[in-house]
Design a protein around this ligand. Structure first.
Ligand code: SAM
Ligand code: SF4
Ligand code: F3S
Length: 486
């Protein structure tokens, strides 16, 4: 199980709450050592870069070696129960380090911090600091409070905080792909989901700071940005939730416009985004994607279920027919675009017929890949209050196996169709399986592996596809692309 592969594939699988990643700091003159571990979704990984930036300015340098840390911060996820179990185990490990280093400060950040608040601090005595996702500017103070013998907690959620002015310290030093947060929080209240409780109200980041960050990344050698938000289609700057301009004297920006602004940073900077919401994804966004070669033709459009009654119980705000219409719109406007998705099986009251609708939806959409989960009841959510988590675990697992099998078939079929074609790939890393090969993704977000030759990270190459598995395309480089002139 992995959380995120920073080098090869900037796709997050939140179900895989396992491997830690490390923030490699830049300021080696700083003497205090910070160790950060991140779990969960891309937002958390992006936030860890903000945390690293704030604490680097406060005299810390980051370390990969937990043994030499003065402060350990663990950025956590609450999306499913198993995510929390894993973090608790990790906190127990860190408690052992305190025996050898009594001055060690251990802090918990992110969604678990927000959800469990003081219980980790007071009842379970696992940590010294609890800091919610909107309080990272306060971390230097919280660390100082612990230094003076107190426990420190700040879990206030904000309606304004977007960390817009903070230039994140990149986790992936010398990397070519990066996340850029464009908004925080979520207002959707899907009945199964803990995110609105842990991350608070939705708010969008000033577009000028987003564009500035993208320019800085491009100048630093990055060649791909992924714009992040829980529901990117509802990005709005100076626009009310009813779609009206708030201040006529100021410019306003919706997601399609933001996408265009980012695409214009450079034709050599690829643009991706995640996550789109089926109820909000407009043709306008699809048409903007069609206009720019550097906006990658790949959309992550989580459906969760193929049955309209289940979708109503999930409070998703769309029906099976609506989702089909959105798939049709993508196929019409962007014929080359891949579509990926998320599924939850075994949601409260899901009948066998409702599950069959999810299977038939996979046949219709033929997704390029999918993240698939069994339902995990989360405290305080609408579903926990309103419905019974009544599908037995063995039935959930059987249904999960069925959708995995079907999805794997379509992933493989989609990849087979690419054999014989030539695709443009951004060279991202050494292949995981062979040091003689490199890997990168094509615009459609499929991993491509090819012999390394004299190539370097950050170059674009044309690769002729000769073979594939369900997850990877395999080919040979036929041409190195020249950068567009500035
Ligand atoms: N904002 C995105 C959207 O609306 O699709 C999803 C964000 S959520 C962090 C990622 C995925 O986790 C969801 O799409 C859903 O499939 C899954 N998920 C969320 N809550 C869950 C739960 N209680 N049990 C199982 N899976 C869950
Ligand atoms: Fe959760 Fe729904 Fe918001 Fe996604 S849109 S983060 S699933 S509440
Ligand atoms: Fe997990 Fe929070 Fe992301 S619950 S999936 S880290 S928004």
């Amino acid at each position: 199980m992995s959380t995120i592969d920073l080098g090869q594939n900037k796709v997050i699988d939140e179900s895989k709450q396992g491997e830690a990643i490390f923030v490699e700091g830049t300021n080696t003159s700083n003497t205090k050592k910070l160790y950060v571990e991140s779990y969960g979704c891309a937002m958390n990984f992006s936030d860890s870069e903000v945390v690293a930036s704030i604490l680097t300015k406060d005299g810390f340098s980051t370390t990969r070696n937990v043994e030499e840390a003065d402060v350990i911060l663990i950025n956590t996820c609450s999306i499913r129960d198993n995510a929390e179990v894993r973090v608790r185990k990790r906190l127990t490990d860190f408690k052992k380090h305190k025996k050898t280093n009594p001055n060690l400060v251990v802090g918990i950040l992110g969604c678990m911090a927000e959800r469990l608040k003081k219980s980790l601090l007071e009842d379970e005595k696992l940590v010294d600091i609890v800091a919610g996702p909107d309080t990272y500017r306060d971390l230097p103070n919280l660390i100082n409070e612990v230094g003076s013998g107190q426990k420190a907690v700040n879990v206030l959620l904000s309606r304004e905080e977007t960390y817009a002015d903070i230039s994140p310290v990149r986790l992936d030093q010398g990397g070519v792909t990066s996340f850029v947060s464009i908004m925080r929080g979520c207002d959707n209240m899907c009945s199964f989901c803990v995110v609105p409780f842990t991350r608070g109200r939705e708010r969008s980041r000033d577009p000028h700071t987003i564009i500035r960050e993208c320019h800085e990344l491009f100048e630093a050698g990055y060649r791909e940005v992924t714009l992040l938000g829980q529901n990117v289609d509802s990005y709005r700057w100076n626009i009310s939730s009813k779609g009206e301009i708030k201040d006529e004297s100021q410019p306003s920006t919706n997601f399609a416009e933001l996408l265009e602004m980012v695409a214009k940073v450079s034709p050599d900077l690829r643009v991706r985004f995640s996550t789109s919401h089926p109820k909000d994804m407009t043709d306008n966004v699809l048409e903007t994607m069609a206009k720019f070669e550097n906006i990658c033709p790949s959309i992550h459009l989580p459906v969760q279920s193929g049955n309209s009654n289940v979708l109503t119980r999930m409070n998703r705000g769309y029906s099976r027919e609506w989702y089909f219409e959105r798939i049709d719109a993508i196929r019409r406007i962007l014929p080359e675009c891949t579509i990926s998705t998320d599924f939850i099986v075994g949601f409260c009251g899901e009948t066998e017929e409702e599950h069959q609708d999810t299977l038939s939806l996979i046949d219709y959409a033929q997704f390029s890949f999918a993240y698939m989960y069994t339902y995990s009841e989360r405290p305080k959510t609408l579903a926990e209050r309103k419905y019974k988590d009544d599908i037995p675990e063995d039935v959930k697992l059987k249904r999960l196996a069925e959708i995995i099998e079907k999805q794997r078939f379509y992933s493989h079929e989609n990849n087979k169709l690419q054999i014989g074609k030539t695709v443009k790939v951004l060279v991202e890393n050494v292949s995981k399986k062979s040091t003689e090969h490199l890997s990168g993704r094509d615009g459609r977000n499929t991993m491509v592996v090819f012999p390394k030759g004299e190539l370097t990270k950050g170059q674009y190459v044309y690769v002729k596809i000769e073979d594939c598995t369900s997850a990877t395309l395999i080919g040979t480089v036929i041409e190195v692309c020249k950068p567009h002139s500035k």
